[in-house]
Design a protein around this ligand. Structure first.
Ligand SMILES: [Zn+2]
Length: 173
């Protein structure tokens, strides 16, 4: 079911007017994309399509949970995502990206592949900072072993200021 062909909408057979498609995205979807930052997840996508004579307007409603590595400890973490996006597909005689939301595709194509758009929208919804909740070390939900290791490493690179002071004293004498 999660074969990427699922996301290809053959529009030539659709009547003008409103249509709706729903997708449930999981791990197999993200595996199709080599550079996906998301490894796994459960995301519901509802696509409302307004089909006109020479134009298709897609409204995406996306919500769910994705799993990706934490920036701090690299353990998998869950993130809630949700949002809405819009895509306007105009029928023409060549491929062209008019803007971020408007694309032209040749009428003879007869179909639109929504997969790459959904993939992009989900990635746009990810926050820039992706770490387990908790600001202090005590509250952090990061992997404690990794936190300990990171702390040791940072202490090696940033020596204890008291030692620095001692070294300065030693240099003077
Ligand atoms: Zn973490």
């Amino acid at each position: 079911v999660n074969n990427l062909e699922t996301y290809i909408i053959p529009f030539s057979g659709l009547k003008a007017g409103a249509h709706q498609f729903t997708f449930r995205i999981d791990k197999s979807f993200f595996e199709h994309f080599e550079y996906s930052q998301v490894a796994d997840g459960q995301v519901d996508v509802t696509v409302d399509l307004e089909k006109e004579e020479r134009m298709l307007v897609f409204y995406f409603t996306i919500s769910g949970t994705v799993i990706l590595p934490c920036d701090r400890c690299n353990d998998p973490m869950e993130l809630e995502i949700s949002g809405k996006e819009q895509l306007v597909v105009k029928l023409g005689d060549h491929f062209e990206e008019e803007s971020e939301v408007v694309v032209i595709i040749p009428e003879a194509e007869n179909k639109v592949d929504l997969g790459p758009y959904i993939y992009e929208y989900i990635h746009l919804m990810l926050p820039i900072r992706r770490v387990h909740p908790g600001d202090t070390e005590e509250e952090s939900r990061c992997n404690p072993d990794v936190l300990k290791k990171l702390k040791e490493l940072s202490e090696q690179h940033n020596p204890d200021p008291r030692w620095e002071a001692l070294n300065k004293l030693r240099d003077k004498s």
